[in-house]
Design a protein around this ligand. Structure first.
Ligand SMILES: Cc1cc2nc3c(=O)[nH]c(=O)nc-3n(C[C@H](O)[C@H](O)[C@H](O)COP(=O)(O)O)c2cc1C
Length: 172
């Protein structure tokens, strides 16, 4: 049983990205995994200011950012989870601002713990109007490599519902 954090960066709660997320989550739950999903668009999450406050000795280990907003819930879930799922539609050849803003704020976890000390295997779920995923996948692969976080699977396309469910089921 794995604890899975899903960061859903879609703008639409019931769109095609959420359909992929739901299929993945259904599969993962069927295999006995535990899921916590955050629909980022409805959350109060501010952009990282690069103030480096999270790097101070005095910064709280559980909620290290100087900005006290809904990221507190995600920091808590980040420390709880074994696996992170990133989900996003492609917006202008990239992941959405909603997802990027939350990922930028995970920098505080990196400053407190150091990424080699927190290995979180990840999954990427992407949808798009046209099947061109090279830019968001370039971002993802650089990010994964830097963090040394293994990739458990990638689902590219709103039509890949069965693939998303099977990927969820494969986790145990
Ligand atoms: C602001 C914006 C930018 C978009 N840019 C792209 C793009 O660069 N490439 C693409 O294939 N689709 C683009 N799309 C289409 C969405 O990626 C596509 O409709 C996606 O499936 C929407 O996901 P959703 O159903 O979860 O909202 C864009 C949509 C919006 C609203």
């Amino acid at each position: 049983m794995k604890k899975i954090l899903i960061l859903n960066g879609a703008g639409r709660k019931n769109g095609s990205t959420s359909a992929l997320v739901n299929a993945f989550a259904d599969g993962a739950k069927a295999s006995g995994n535990e899921i916590r999903e955050f629909f980022l668009h409805k959350m109060d999450i501010h952009g990282c200011m690069n103030c480096q406050g999270c790097g101070r000795e005095s910064a709280d280990f559980k909620n290290p950012c100087v900005q006290k907003d809904d990221m507190a819930q995600i920091y808590e879930a980040f420390l709880w989870c074994d696996i992170i799922v990133f989900a996003s539609p492609v917006y202008w050849f990239s992941i959405t601002g909603q997802l990027k803003t939350a990922v930028d704020r995970l920098y505080a976890m990196h400053r407190r713990y150091g990424v080699p000390n927190v290995i979180k295997p990840t999954v990427m779920l992407l949808t798009a109007g046209a099947p061109v995923f090279d830019q968001p996948m370039a971002w993802y692969s650089h990010f994964e490599k830097y963090c040394n976080w293994p990739n458990l699977g990638t689902v590219l396309g709103a039509d890949k519902i069965d693939e998303a469910r099977a990927l969820g089921e494969s986790i145990n």
